[in-house]
Design a protein around this ligand. Sequence first.
Ligand code: ADP
Ligand code: MG
Length: 671
Amino acid sequence: MDLKDNVMMLKGLGPKSVEKFNTLGIFSVEDLLLYYPFRYEDFKSRLVEELVDGEKAVITGTVVAPANVQYYGFKKNRLHFKLRQGDAVIGINFFNQPYLQDKIVVGKTTAVFGKWDQLKSSLTGMKLLAQVDDDLQPVYHVAKGISQHQLIKTIKLAFDTGYGQLIKENLPESLLKRYRLLGRQEAVLAMHFPKDIEEYRQALRRIKFEELLYFQLQLQVLKKENKLETNGLSLPINQEKVNEKIKELPFQLTKAQEKSLTEIVADMRSGAHMNRLLQGDVGSGKTVVAGLAMYAANTAGFQSAMMVPTEILAEQHFQSLSQLFPENTIAILTSGMSATNKKATLEAISSGNVQMIVGTHALIQEAVTYHRLGLVITDEQHRFGVEQRRTFREKGDNPDVLMMTATPIPRTLAITAFGEMDVSIIDELPAGRKKIITRWVKHEQLPTVLSWLEKEIKKQAQVYIISPLIEESEALDLKNAVSLYEELSHYFSNKARVALLHGRMKTAEKDAIMKAFKDHHTDILVSTTVIEVGVNVPNATIMIIMDADRFGLSQLHQLRGRVGRGEKQSYAILVANPKTQYGKQRMTIMTETTDGFVLAEEDLKLRGSGEIFGTRQSGIPEFKTADIIEDYPILEEARQVAQTIVSQDNWQNNPDWSVLALNLKTQETFD
Ligand code: ADP
Ligand code: MG
């Protein structure tokens, strides 16, 4: 007997059932034992006299009269029997389940889950319970064709056959003691069949700790490997040239920018592989720092590439890099380019005729071969999946990697998703920036807002108006944007020039509209959220967001970051009539803080992690039992333990940790 045995080996599982189990990811007996319920139903039996009318509950009693079935129409029938509980006799009715009749045996103790009718002193049965003595019933995710009952029966069978005893401890004794954790055998059994809630809690804590500890060990090991001097490229950067370039900039770098650049350049020089996250609020000047890193790579004779999520952004970064580094050859690569143009660009890249490359996903397609790729930068990295990040890296000879993100990542998530990375933070805005004034107004106040807009536009202000977001419907988003555009065009007919931008437009069209706005040929840009990321028009000082309560805080913050990019006072107006307390709270928070980190933490608390960064996209692993927000204390504990262990030289050979080293090797890598 072995835990790796196919579930086929279990009695009573035919090939059909095995297939169904496979769809749940259950192949081996081990998979089955580690397939945990996602919740429990409390089937603790209740006393009838405690029940209130309409309540759903379990009643246990002795069957005192045999069940009879009455038929009263097509496929309609009622099964009726009587249960005695103490002195009370209760009528039980099941509708349209005549097959239960055989299971009702006079004199037998029976439990029924159902809805209590006080007046008739009867219960409308919803479920006849198989195990009368189990208060806590596990509930599993099941697939079509497998019932809860069958799954539970099979798991029981596996334990009864003795497979439970084969489960090996995978945490060192010292940790079990220090954190008072249940042994693994005991915990796995209790995950399925706990004696009581307390035992279940202990089991869950142990399993979560195990899951998070192994995850953190993987991150720490990866980080240690990255730090090895032999794993990456060592770029002989010409610091003098870089310093000269910094002096030539039209502004002085902030302290935080300088510090980040120093950290990045040190990583690039070092033979260790750079794996760094550059975090900074919108407008903090990350792009300049990234550009200087690309420039530094170039002084060492290496190519660099920057990948961004949209064509508008690629175009914009291409322009700002061209302005900053006129002496360098810079290329742009997007999928929207003409074939001849693309061909020429690809040739220039592979021959080494271009030094810096900016582009969209096109940068990681098969056809692109780089000449000497030394540095890879991804912008707004949470929009790229882990797979894409890796492909990009493999395009070169393990080039250094810098990820930029303007979505402040709360510490909780940062150590979870990016625990293997180093982090540079730009935590100050360039001097002279004015704080964006944010106001929340109701729809009824729109006329006032519009007449204020009119005045501001007369004073040369430019305005973004973001159309309402309709969940999961791009088509409706578009419809909204179009009708808003039409209304505003009508309202402002002789007073302002209004343009529309949305995601369905062709690249050339979008670019033309953006350019016209940038050149102040239009005053108001009505847009869907395509405008969200990175767009930079310093003269735009007013951002109006319609139905702002439909957006997440981080997204609102991103949108608001499109203004406040110049010297002039900027405004964000949130138009919303939120219906929930949450919604009101969120609008208020937005008016109170412009600190992206604070907002991200709040967002996380209010909405959960998956919503902020579509979990799969962000590289944040999905845990089987742990929840990184709820279980933050365990996560933090696990991180500290992992760090302490992995920082020891040769920890794998230390008998204290051998069980960890052994199991770590056999786990799949999470990436
Ligand atoms: P981010 O990428 O972090 O959103 P950007 O790099 O686009 O920010 O910078 C926003 C604007 O601020 C740009 O117009 C940029 O030229 C300008 N900028 C960047 N750093 C500074 C600085 N140290 N002083 C003044 N302006 C700066
Ligand atoms: Mg390096």
